[in-house]
Design a binder for this molecule. Structure first.
Ligand code: KPL
Length: 296
């Protein structure tokens, strides 16, 4: 399969690098990472130990069978406009937060698949990405159901050795993942703690309550999620990614804008009842972003 990964930072490079074992992959990302990959290949370290040779560039190719979108949620609109000029059979969002697939579908002529991914990744240096946790990928049509494209992409991922499953209920999966991210990302970013600190420590209770609130909001919107299952899932992901610095924590450490609007902010915006934990987490992160000059 001819795959273009749009947003080849840490996670995009990891997924693209694993796919490059057997597929034709082009990483579209930023300098100096792109030049490092172009001249010396991509090194996968940590839980993996491989050296692969995807193409790497800062601009999109003219055509690909599949575009995998891994940019931050606040960049989805801009990327969708750029991808509109690429000849694609399909696109797959492997992003955090809600609303990305709809934004892509508004601009693209091809079908857009939804995906969730719990692999952990860290860009160690240009040309090297560390796998900080082997997770799993679920993908399928964004409105649920089945499609030939989803089956084809799922098979391509599995052939490359990724732990990937085709899922007929992606709307539910997206809410389940949102609950985990609402719990883990903001609490680790604010406390500067690794994910594992949420398994037993005091911040764990805050994370699980944020996940419970998210499940209630999902149910209000017609996707029935059990709050206790969401809390248990949040604890389980904190355990399996214990050593990981969550993506939002990485953003805060690097002084970058976070995905709070598409995660805790989304929960607050879609809640019919009060969601005080998500409101607090979103408020604190937005205050930090403002102080850093990253938002109005
Ligand atoms: O998705 C993640 C993230 O960091 O954004 C988890 C699963 C919480 C892993 O850190």
């Amino acid at each position: 399969m001819d795959v273009c990964v749009f947003g080849a930072g840490s996670l995009g490079s990891l997924i693209g690098g694993m796919l490059a074992r057997i597929h034709d992959v082009t990483l579209v990302g930023r300098e100096p990472h792109v030049s490092a990959v172009d001249s010396d290949g991509l090194r996968l370290t940590g839980a993996l130990d491989e050296h692969v040779w995807p193409a790497a560039r800062t601009t999109p190719p003219d055509r690909a069978d599949l575009a995998i979108v891994t940019v931050k949620s606040f960049d989805t609109e801009a990327v969708a406009r750029t991808l509109a000029d690429v000849n694609l059979d399909g696109a797959l969002s492997l992003q955090n937060g809600m609303g990305n697939e709809e934004t892509l579908a508004t601009h693209l002529a091809c079908p857009v698949l939804a995906g969730t991914c719990t692999y952990g990744a860290r860009l160690a240096e240009p040309g090297t990405v560390e796998c900080t946790g082997v997770g799993e990928i679920h993908l399928g049509p964004r409105a649920g159901g089945t499609s030939a494209l989803a089956d084809r992409v799922g098979e391509a991922f599995q052939l490359a050795g990724l732990d990937a499953a085709v899922d007929a209920d992606m709307p539910r999966r997206l809410w389940e993942k949102l609950a985990v991210n609402a719990g883990i990302n903001a609490t680790t970013a604010l406390t500067r703690l690794p994910n594992g600190a949420l398994v037993e420590g005091p911040a764990g209770g805050v994370a699980r309550e944020a996940a419970r609130e998210t499940a209630r909001v999902a149910s209000e919107g017609g996707v029935a999620l059990d709050p206790d299952d969401a809390a248990a899932q949040t604890r389980a992901v904190a355990e399996t990614t214990a050593a990981n610095t969550s993506s939002m924590h990485q953003d805060v450490l690097a002084g970058r804008r976070t995905e709070v609007d598409a995660i805790n902010g989304y929960v607050v915006e879609h809640a019919a009842e009060a969601v005080p934990i998500n409101e607090t987490l979103a408020g604190l992160l937005r205050a930090w972003e403002r102080e850093q000059g990253l938002r109005e």
